[in-house]
Design a protein around this ligand. Structure first.
Ligand code: O9T
Length: 563
């Protein structure tokens, strides 16, 4: 009828509005914008999934009482947590159940995996928005909360302050629904994704819940699939391994341990190095050909030298900026005095930034600006090169990872829940240069202290430093190397046509409080990274470490995690 009346805009509006719900996923990572369309999108996929599971259950079962015995909804983060209210709505309103049996089935039908403790990432929907989009679900959430808090009060288990923290509703000028609390209350099991992360969940984010129901909480350290992350992405290494230990590792990654006995065998080491070299040549050719896009690479990659890689989403807490600060330090140092190594060190970056994350995009600009200066300086280019590869994706990761020598895993301790890139790189023979964060801790335990490079403040030290009042300026004033680096960036050495371009980055460190403690970890990072480059010069000792990394990665197969 809109068409018939000639109102073509209105005719398309409804169609666009509905199709927009499932058109594209929000590109933010570890960050919640709180947009209405996102809530509709989450509800749309959840409702479709729950309805489908119910339809299939009723094909072979009398009723829904047996649902939790036959199916579990594993909430992969809080994004589908509205499903708890949706299943309650279906049982109460569509099937006319009473509250108690509905809650019994619902709370046994869900389990929840938490993926982050970052405040920016926690979903908190304004009550007003939920009332507008999903009024019946909001009623049900209030009732879930009321009954849960009543039970807690009756048990006299906790004090009033704890009641406020346990509540699914966050009070304040604007009330919010805490989706993580809804997921915990509505689930039979809650897990973190690494040993350290699970401990932090139990001691901090969900401390009150863990007091009430400790048995609900467990750890499931993340894993990666050996089919994609070795067999498919690194056919040369897969063939070499299979040639010596057979193909059992493909479905039982623990079998890689048989490589330990070959770690010092000169002939095997030679073949191992030849594989890594061929993988670097293949990456160099791919980059030279434009990375599958219209990219014009400004340098030739040098497969003889070390490939030091940091590939991951752009985030301040992941500290790509710490990597660049040290890159500038190396540039300044090599300019004064060429290093001992003969082949160039190549520092590779790749990763996307959320479109609204200004600081992340400015850090990409800085990486490109420093790379441009380093690569084009004839005093330094022979020993140091840097590159930010475009259009990061899983497909690009499958090309970079087999070519990597060093895996940069340098997040502020306590902030990376697990990481899986750390596992993928180690499984392909790269040595980790990292902090004691996420699954790096367990990778270190698995490969042994001699086969990993650990630096920086521990989680405990970070907590203490913050409690005492962290002063980034004291590091700037006390360390001439760090001062030189920050003064160069702030002074426009890497942005001569716009000298103030990178001022916001330096200001975030010296005036903005340095939230992620880059300056506290800089000296330790510099010391260890320079030791890594020196160690790479000893080919047989390095190759031994590389082989032992691969040999000891069995624990990180997703087959184990899933089992
Ligand atoms: C964004 C983001 C943002 C984002 C992620 C973030 C920590 C920052 C800020 C924006 C826009 C983050 O910040 O203005 O899209 O995607 C995530 C985690 C810090 C610790």
């Amino acid at each position: 009828s809109y068409f018939n009346r000639g109102d073509y805009i209105a005719a398309l509006q409804d169609k666009n509005a509905t199709e927009n719900i499932s058109r594209v996923l929000y590109p933010n990572d570890s960050f919640e914008l709180g947009r209405e369309l996102r809530l509709k999108q989450e509800y749309f996929f959840v409702s479709a999934t729950v309805q489908d599971a119910i339809r299939r259950h009723l094909k072979t079962h009398e009723n829904l009482e047996s649902l939790p015995d036959k199916a579990v909804f594993q909430l992969n983060d809080t994004h589908p947590a509205i499903a708890v209210a949706e299943l309650m709505r279906i049982l109460l309103d569509d099937y006319d159940w009473d509250w108690e049996p509905a809650w019994s089935v619902t709370s046994r039908s869900f389990a929840y995996t938490n993926h982050t403790i970052l405040g920016e990432a926690l979903e908190r929907w304004p009550v007003g928005l939920l009332e507008h989009v999903l009024p019946r679900h909001m009623q049900i959430i209030y009732e879930i909360n009321h009954r849960f808090l009543d039970e807690v009060r009756r048990a006299q288990a906790v004090d009033d302050a704890a009641i406020g923290r346990l509540s699914i509703i966050e009070e304040g000028p604007e009330k919010h629904v805490r989706m993580a609390n809804l997921a915990v209350v509505g689930s039979s099991h809650v897990n973190g994704v690494s040993a350290l992360h699970t401990r932090i969940l139990q001691e901090r984010l969900f401390a009150d819940f863990a007091q009430l129901t400790p048995a609900k909480f467990s750890n499931k350290t993340n894993g990666i699939t050996p089919r994609r992350w070795l067999l498919k992405c690194n056919p040369r290494l897969a063939a070499l391994i299979t040639d010596r230990i057979g193909e059992g590792w493909i479905t039982n990654l623990d079998e890689l341990r048989q490589l330990e006995k070959l770690a010092d065998e000169p002939e095997f080491q030679k073949r191992w190095r030849a594989v890594k070299h061929a993988n670097k040549e293949a990456l160099a050719a791919y980059v030279k050909a434009g990375c599958g896009v219209d990219y014009r690479c400004p340098i030739e990659l040098a497969p003889q030298g070390v490939f030091d890689v940091q590939i991951k989403r752009l985030h301040e807490y992941k500290r790509q900026l710490l990597n660049v600060l040290h890159l500038v330090a190396l540039y300044r140092q090599y300019k004064q005095k060429p290093p001992k190594h003969e082949e160039p060190v190549t520092v590779l970056f790749a990763g996307k930034a959320a479109p609204g994350y200004m600081m992340a995009k400015l850090i990409i600009r800085l990486i490109n600006a420093v790379a441009d200066t380093v690569n084009n300086d004839p005093d330094v280019g022979p020993w140091l090169r840097a590159l930010f590869l475009p259009n990061y994706s899983v497909s690009l990761a499958e090309r970079i990872i087999p070519a990597a020598d060093i895996s940069e895993q340098i997040s502020t301790a306590g902030m990376e829940a697990s990481g899986t890139g750390n596992m993928k790189l180690s499984l392909n023979g790269a040595l980790t240069l990292g902090t004691l964060d996420g699954a790096n801790v367990e990778i270190g335990e698995a490969v042994g202290a001699d086969n990993i490079y650990i630096f920086g403040q521990t989680y405990q030290q970070v907590s203490t430093l913050r409690a005492q009042g962290y002063n980034p300026r004291s590091y700037y004033e006390g360390d001439p190397t760090l001062r030189g680096v920050l003064d160069d960036i702030a002074g426009g050495v890497f942005s001569p046509r716009d000298p103030g371009q990178f001022r916001p980055i330096v200001d975030s460190l010296l005036l903005g409080g340095d939230r992620y403690l880059l300056l506290a970890d800089f000296a330790s990072y510099a010391e260890v990274r320079e030791r890594v480059y020196a160690d790479y010069q000893n080919a047989s000792a390095w190759t031994r470490k590389s082989i032992l990394n691969v040999a000891r990665m069995g624990k990180f197969s997703s087959d184990n995690t899933i089992r």
